[in-house]
Ligand binder design. Sequence first.
Ligand SMILES: Cc1cc2nc3c(=O)[nH]c(=O)nc-3n(C[C@H](O)[C@H](O)[C@H](O)COP(=O)(O)O)c2cc1C
Ligand SMILES: CCCCCCC(=O)C(=O)O
Length: 364
Amino acid sequence: MADGIVNMNEFQVLARQALPKMYYEFYAGGAEDEHTLKKNVQEFQRIILLPRVLVDVSSIALSTNILGYTISAPIMIAPTAMHKLAHPEGELATARAAAACNTIMTLSFSASCSVEEVAASCDAVRFFQLYVYRRRDIAVNLVQRAEKSGYKAIVLTADTPRLGRREADIKNKLIVPQLKNLEGLMSTEVVSDKGSKLEAYANETMDPSLCWRDIAWLKSITNLPILIKGILTREDAIKAMEVGAAGIIVSNHGARQLDYTPATISVLEEVVQAVGRRVPVLLDGGVRRGTDVFKALALGAQAVLVGRPVIYGLAAKGEEGVRKVMQMLKDELELTMALAGCPSVKDISRSHVRTDRDRLQSML
Ligand SMILES: Cc1cc2nc3c(=O)[nH]c(=O)nc-3n(C[C@H](O)[C@H](O)[C@H](O)COP(=O)(O)O)c2cc1C
Ligand SMILES: CCCCCCC(=O)C(=O)O
């Protein structure tokens, strides 16, 4: 690569150099001991690939279809808050990169650009991620604005009745700029000078009573399909289908909420089996390599989403950095598929990977 960057991890180093400590640690950090943060990456590394040889791989097809939208590869952009802390162009740069890469961008509720600004800036397929506040009128307002602005799905984040305890943010007294989507609806200014202002703000506003029954309410205010993000168990996957979710995102919020939850890749198969192909299952958390994408697909995910890699690309080089991060993951996936004997994403199967559970079962 022209600028000498050869993998995603090198973007993290550049991001660290580019950003003030408070912002870098907000983006990179996880909850409490950061046990799950490490596990999200390490559990991918424990999965072994089982390639097939003498397969015609002269042409590799990466494209796939998510909820009826064809994208160039099964790698989407996860919702992450406040991109203007990483780069002055914020989510507008990210959205342009998503369009250039022909992938789906999920815009965060807590973005630093509004749903309308992002919609006007590019023609990428966009999903809108929703937090539900005690003030339900805010959800109604945002969902309706997203629908009107051409977003194609609502991603309801279900793992945040309160904010996880992120100790770096507490020490740094993390600030909260005015969240653009809430301008004119609610001030996001926090007066307290103790600890993380984001934590204080989130805990004042999030509705901790949100529960499965409320999905009926959410469906009553939108015609868009609803994906539920933050599922980690078979039980919750079944409940999500019972309430009519159009898709499930296996996620532990990038290990920023409850520490000691499982690495997402380690529970993916359980969720996929419970869902039984009725709705798409997506995964995020710790995806840093094309081989990780391949492993997630082999265990039944229809696509993955990436959070921090996009922010690191954005912080390092703006729109170009996000494009490069996405392109590197695609190139790595393409090479992995060629070397594993899979000419298309449909050819990636369970028999192309060996997990710890497989090893244990083979010993019984
Ligand atoms: C800095 C940061 C901000 C995030 N903001 C949001 C958010 O606003 N809404 C949300 O649902 N998830 C949010 N997430 C979680 C991501 O959507 C995603 O689950 C996670 O980043 C995936 O893990 P990865 O960063 O290892 O790829 C955030 C994650 C990070 C790192
Ligand atoms: C709506 C205020 C809370 C934003 C939390 C952003 C987030 O999900 C994360 O930092 O993680």
